[in-house]
Design a protein around this ligand. Structure first.
Ligand code: ARG
Length: 588
């Protein structure tokens, strides 16, 4: 379905043309004075110069042409030349009835689906998942779902950090603790044990211990670096250990991400890119893209229009070692071979921006990806505590994701148990759903690139711009619909009638914007736009709910119309929270 704002835009464009002006002035926007009108057109102001005419006069000419059209209830011209528009109630009701009859609720899916890869999550194997990785997972999951909802072919890739120095650290520490293990016997030729010589709990303790030791002890650090080197060059025992580390970590990560309702299609990692490095490096050399600078192999990526310094992209250090950028480039080689994506979207801390600028430029310049491939970096800000500093535990340590989720769920459980008397088991399940919504909405309602304050009290509140408030609204609608059915009402074949109150009109109008909002959220990779929308929609519904007696309405036709409207609003809200990555319980 066409967006309602575009339909009105067409009327305005036609109005301008009929009044003898250029149709392109007929652009319509949502009103920034909702007290005066619903939509507005500022084209007369824009055209005044070209036509050497007062904007007010142009606006009047146009208004005259469109006034009587069936979509408008009111077309008014205000100084200096705004055209204010109010829509006809029948028109809005028609539109939302069409939406309700459409399987995508009026969303126009793209005609030419793109192949999109979303690179998100990016946890580092063997290190505990901490809140820093939360944003990447939450925003990436939402971006993936939004793109999919628009009809694109989308794959999410976790891009594990599974190849770096942390592996050498773990191997070194294990060697200190259990030198008798076969992985460390150079002459050992038999098979290695199937079972890993550690649990996830041990692994999580081994890494920080080793990391601390390496900082304090140079010899230990050298050992770890050497172990990393040996692993990366195919050491048999270390490779077997590495496989154990991956296996133990990945099954733990899968559990954690499942709790967050984050689902990856691909579980690839930095290690998968390594096989592509030698050929890639060779080609960059022979084709003259890379040159030696101060011992390192680099590609120049500076551009004339740069306002900031963009240093060359380092492909290999002087000792021949690869870097983060090397791995990301090789990953692109592999992605190009396997999927030939039209777009790759990367989620990472915004402080990694320069890295991605260098990688993207190198990839384009050297033909690793074609010129038309859209490489996008979606950098996010820091999640801060109430003190404005990066979020920490009460004790000041790095907060583990599991603990954070448990804290929020505990908070939700308290509130739900206080609120009413559902049995504890249901309350627990509900707390899990609402807690997840609190966390995700708290994050997604902010523009991704901004830092934000993770405020447990605010995020878990049932009032205000929060996940629980939106869920509460959905649950309220569900409960009305259930009561209606319990009283013998049938939900099939209902139709929305033109609004007969301001609050109903406002609610219908809000509902009609769904397809526009979803498309904009995709265009701008901006889940926060969906949050802002469902907050408005939930507010519009609650106002309607407080002003209008729905189930007590005596006019049967009217009551059916209200129910039809509720059904639609529920669907829109549920579609929206689905792309945000959470869902509503039956009761709360
Ligand atoms: N593992 C990285 C980190 O923890 C994030 C990876 C982002 N993705 C990428 N292709 N570089 O910072």
């Amino acid at each position: 379905m066409k967006k309602i704002i575009d339909l009105i835009g067409e009327e305005l464009a036609d109005g301008f043309a009929q009044a003898g002006y250029d149709a392109s002035y007929g652009k319509v926007t949502i009103s920034n004075r909702p007290d005066l009108c619903e939509y507005q057109c500022n084209g007369a102001l824009a055209g005044a110069k070209a036509y050497k005419k007062a904007p007010f006069m142009i606006a009047e000419d146009v208004a005259e042409k469109i006034k009587a059209r069936p979509c408008f209830e009111e077309v008014s011209v205000v100084k200096p030349g705004f055209i204010n528009l109010k829509l006809q109630k029948t028109y809005i009701a028609d539109y939302i009835n069409q939406m309700a009859g459409d399987q995508d609720l009026g969303l126009e899916k793209v005609e030419d689906p793109k192949m999109i890869l979303v690179d998100y999550g990016g946890p580092n194997v063997a290190k505990p998942l901490h809140v820093g990785h939360l944003r990447s997972a939450i925003i990436g999951e939402s971006v993936k779902r939004i793109a999919r909802k628009m009809g694109h072919k989308v794959l999410g890739d976790i891009h594990l950090g599974d190849w770096g120095y942390q592996m050498g650290l773990i191997i070194t520490e294990l060697m200190e603790r259990k030198p008798e293990l076969p992985y460390f016997q150079e002459e050992y030729e038999g098979e290695y044990p199937k079972e890993a010589p550690f649990t996830i709990g041990e692994l999580e303790e081994i890494y920080p211990t080793a990391s601390q030791k390496a900082k304090e002890n140079e010899a230990y650090r050298e050992k770890a670096l050497h172990a990393t080197y040996l692993l990366q060059n195919g050491h048999r025992g270390y490779t077997a250990l590495w496989n154990h580390i991956i296996q133990v970590s990945v099954s733990d990560l899968k559990k954690n991400y499942a709790n967050l309702h984050v689902e990856f299609d691909l579980w690839k990692g930095e290690s998968d890119a390594q096989a592509y490095i030698p050929d890639m490096v060779e080609r960059l050399k022979t084709e003259g893209y890379a040159h030696i600078d101060d011992g390192a192999l680099v590609v120049d990526v500076e551009e004339e229009t740069d306002t900031k310094d963009v240093p060359p992209c380092i492909i290999q250090k002087s000792d021949g070692a690869s870097l983060y950028s090397t791995t990301d480039l090789a990953t692109l080689v592999q992605r190009e071979e396997d999927y030939h994506p039209d777009q790759v979207i990367y989620l990472a801390d915004k402080r990694q921006e320069l890295h991605f600028v260098q990688v993207f430029r190198t990839a384009k310049k050297t033909g690793i990806v074609p010129e038309e491939t859209d490489l996008k970096f979606l950098g996010f800000g820091t999640m801060n505590g109430k003190d404005g500093k990066p979020f920490k535990t009460r004790e000041g340590g790095v907060m583990r994701l599991e603990n954070l989720i448990a804290e929020i769920e505990g908070e939700m459980l308290k509130k739900i148990m206080d609120n009413r008397t559902v049995d504890e088991e249901e309350a627990r399940k509900t707390a899990r759903l609402v807690g997840l919504a609190a966390i995700k909405y708290g994050d997604l309602s902010n523009q991704a690139s901004k830092d934000y304050v993770f405020d447990v009290d605010r995020f878990t509140s049932f009032e205000g711009n929060t996940g629980p408030y939106v869920l509460y609204t959905i649950v309220r609608i569900k409960s009305i619909l259930n009561k209606y059915q319990a009283d013998g009402g049938n939900l099939a074949g209902l139709c929305v009638m033109p609004a007969d109150s301001d609050s109903e009109k406002a609610l219908q109008l809000e509902a009609s914007k769904y397809n526009d909002v979803m498309a904009a959220a995709y265009e701008e990779l901006a889940p926060h736009k969906i949050c802002a929308y469902i907050y408005d929609l939930a507010n519009a519904f609650n106002r309607f709910y407080h002003e209008v007696k729905i189930l007590a309405e005596e006019d049967a036709k009217k009551k059916q119309s209200y129910i039809a409207l509720l059904l639609l609003v529920r669907c829109v809200l549920e579609e929206c929270i689905e792309v945000l990555g959470f869902e509503a319980p039956e009761r709360m």
